[in-house]
Design a protein around this ligand. Structure first.
Ligand SMILES: C[S@@+](CC[C@H](N)C(=O)[O-])C[C@H]1O[C@@H](n2cnc3c(N)ncnc32)[C@H](O)[C@@H]1O
Length: 305
């Protein structure tokens, strides 16, 4: 799908609805999502910040407009880097951004060099239920005390998905080239194993709902324009994207199974010891309290909501 149909500034994520906002103003909600992520990063001027899975760079561009920080924005798609560079040329900004082509699970960047990192709807593309390759690289790149904020869809860890739901979910993940969404308890436990403490796992499913409600309209407009007005055809990847987008409201309604979360974690000080422990395959007694801690935080966040 052409992301301009979804967002004027080429954001590739859902929106965040704050009380008082106009739920019909899609772009404001989409921009608000980036602001919500930035607010949780504990930013200070001069910080080096990572954007992992930057897409066409809209969140990174918004951040350097607001803050004097040095962003390294990474995507594994060449044309996105080229387009992001073009779009950011000459823009007034307080900070700077380096666009980087690379895999966020293996970046050739120095360890401990970043004071904050965020990833909006991109960590889901990493492998496994706990997204360990992604978490491990975040842990390597972040300095002690640095925050990591993730905005993404997560499974709630239930094994009893009904067949109809599992089938729709399979279509959606295939359409978006996602192996599977992370399991929230497994993801939080993985963060803790890799030297993070999970500060919050906020269920913001209802905050994104107003933007999800725009999906059928935007898809219809996109298809009308591409197929009827311009006489174009869509390839299988584009059709996969369209189907995944149309399924997203239904997947979101599966509240016992799926939620959209903002996860905020902080790299522990004294990180070296933790990294050594992980490297040696952490003993069971270290993992168990972490899992329980993650589950408790998750429960507390859901109750707060
Ligand atoms: C849904 S888009 C979100 C883009 C951006 N964060 C935004 O909100 O506008 C997901 C992004 O993750 C990137 N991505 C997926 N797997 C990646 C990987 N292994 N390394 C780097 N980027 C990756 C994709 O190329 C894409 O840019």
């Amino acid at each position: 799908m052409d992301y301009r149909a979804w967002s004027r500034n080429l954001n590739m994520h859902f929106g965040f609805y704050r009380w008082g906002m106009d739920p019909l103003a899609l772009e404001s909600m989409v921009e608000e999502m980036s602001r919500q992520v930035f607010r949780r990063l504990g930013l200070r001027d001069g910080m080096k910040v990572l954007d992992l899975g930057c897409g066409l760079g809209a969140p990174a561009r918004a951040l350097i407009r607001q803050r004097d920080v040095a962003v390294t924005a990474v995507t594994n798609v060449k044309y996105q880097v080229a387009m992001a560079r073009k779009l950011s040329r000459g823009l007034p900004a307080l900070g700077t951004v380096d666009w980087m082509l690379g895999d966020y699970t293996a970046l050739g960047l120095p360890g401990g060099a970043f004071q904050a990192a965020f990833s909006i709807e991109a960590s889901c593309h990493a492998r496994g239920a706990d997204k360990e390759p992604f978490v491990r690289e975040c842990s390597r790149l972040l300095a002690p005390g640095a925050r990591l904020v993730i905005a993404d869809g997560f499974m709630k860890g239930r094994a009893d998905l009904p067949l109809w739901y599992a089938t729709m979910l399979g279509c959606m993940t295939r359409g978006w080239a996602v192996e599977r969404f992370a399991d929230l308890p497994a993801f939080c436990a993985c963060l803790e194993r890799h030297g993070f403490t999970v500060l919050a796992a906020e269920d913001i499913s209802w905050r994104i709902a107003p933007s999800v409600a725009h999906v059928p309209r935007v898809t219809l407009e996109f298809l009308t324009e591409e197929l009827l007005l311009h006489g174009k055809t869509l390839d299988s990847v584009q059709w996969g994207n369209v189907v995944a987008a149309l399924l997203s409201p239904w997947i979101g309604l599966g509240r016992p199974y799926f939620g959209y979360y903002l996860v905020t974690a902080q790299k522990l000080r004294g990180q070296r010891k933790t990294a050594e422990r992980v490297g040696r395959a952490a003993p069971r007694r270290v993992e168990r309290p972490s899992l329980e801690g993650a589950a408790l935080k998750l429960l507390a966040a859901s109750r707060a909501w």
